[in-house]
Design a binder for this molecule. Structure first.
Ligand code: IPM
Ligand code: MG
Length: 372
């Protein structure tokens, strides 16, 4: 198979983790007989510095004609003046919108050997295997008006939470299809829809539409949870969750929270999709008229404090490559091989500092060794 990938390393640790992930991608291609044509372009702060635009037209065009996009991270202190007219994050939001990537999948599992990297007790996180399906092109991030005003009474700012029933329905369909696809033997697939229906009008519409869509998926259980209570349950009984479907801002917050189940933000991949291709995925590279194969990025940010030190955890981006192989190219065995490689590396004891436990010096006949 031949596939084309737009590679956008971005800022901070982005180039480091993307570099590691590309090595893995090329090796997977070599072993399984695929060619991935990777072309790099600018996004975020580095794009602002070079062109004044966080998403230059050339980058967008490259992404539009590629089968998939692999992105590192955007942002950094040098671009974070709240009054700056352009910000790196605008590049990320613009590309999500331009490619129509309305469904953001954030799977959370606990890798064997990392149980004690989490701040939660091992028995609480045992068996965690959930996916957050976050709506990505609506809600507070895109609703208008979104502005700052100076009035005689002082400064004001407004953001708008806006959703159409179509936006909610298509997101819920992705959640139900995904729940069906990942059904585990003996367990009824479940979608937990997290909203704030006791306060917000958008959430009441969300809940109504979620139940309408659920009628097409009688084999999947739908449960509603208020998002604040969901945030609590994620820490109390995380293994009870299967698929969590929620709107943009709630999903942003819940997914950072959920990353702590896996021990570190440095472990979690994500896929942003313009539609769900079902179990088989697309076996061949994208054809004209097909929805875009999606954008793949780790959930962590640009971590400027550790950038350039070669200590950033590349596993989130490597696991992101596994998701891309599966979802953009329908290459299930290849994705599984990448995941197995990650497990093997962790099994052998290799660690970046974010997932390292305190180690102790142990006397050994041949000298001193570090033991976890
Ligand atoms: C994420 C990030 C982004 C978001 C930022 C960088 C704009 O936090 O992908 O979760 O809020 O969506
Ligand atoms: Mg976030």
């Amino acid at each position: 198979m031949r596939g084309s990938i737009a590679v956008l390393p971005g800022d901070g640790v982005g180039p480091e983790v993307v570099g590691a992930a590309l090595t893995v991608l090329q090796e997977a291609g070599r072993r399984f007989g695929h060619t991935f044509q990777c072309t790099q372009a600018l996004i975020g702060g580095c794009a602002i510095d070079a062109t004044g635009d966080p998403l230059p037209r050339a980058t967008l065009n490259l992404c539009l004609r590629s089968d998939a996009v692999l992105l590192g991270a955007v942002g950094g202190p040098q671009w974070s003046d709240p009054l700056a007219p352009v910000r790196p994050e605008q590049g990320l939001l613009a590309i999500r919108q331009a490619l129509g990537l309305y469904a953001n999948l954030r799977p959370v599992t606990v890798n064997a050997g990392l149980e004690s990297a989490s701040t939660l007790r091992p028995e609480v996180i045992r068996g965690v295997d959930l996916v957050i399906v976050r709506e990505l092109t609506g809600g507070l991030y895109f609703g208008q008006p979104q502005e700052r005003r100076v009035t005689p009474a002082g400064r004001q700012a407004v953001d708008t939470m806006f959703y159409t029933e179509q936006e909610i329905a298509r997101l819920m369909r992705v959640a139900f299809q995904l729940a069906r696809q990942r059904a585990r033997p003996g367990l009824t697939p479940k979608v937990t829809s997290a909203d704030k229906a006791n306060v917000l009008a958008t959430s009441r519409l969300w809940r109504e539409v979620a139940h309408e869509v659920a009628r097409d998926y009688p084999d999947v259980t739908l449960e509603d949870q208020l998002v604040d209570s969901c945030a609590m349950a994620l820490i109390r009984r995380p293994a009870d969750f299967d698929v969590i479907a929620t709107e943009n801002t709630f999903g942003d917050i819940l997914s950072d929270e959920a990353s702590m189940l896996a021990g570190s933000m440095g472990m979690l991949p994500s896929a942003s999709l313009a539609g769900f291709r079902g179990a088989g995925g697309a076996i061949h590279a994208r054809e004209a008229g097909d929805t875009h194969g999606g954008l793949y990025e780790p959930i962590h940010g640009s971590a400027p404090d550790i950038a350039g030190k070669d200590i950033a955890n590349p596993l989130a981006t490597i696991l992101t490559v596994a998701l891309m192989l599966e979802l953009a190219f329908g290459l299930k065995d290849e994705g599984a091989a990448v995941r197995a490689a990650v497990d093997r590396v962790l099994g052998e004891g290799y660690r970046t500092p974010d997932i390292m436990q305190p180690c102790k010096l142990v006397a050994d006949p041949s000298g001193y060794i570090f033991k976890w």
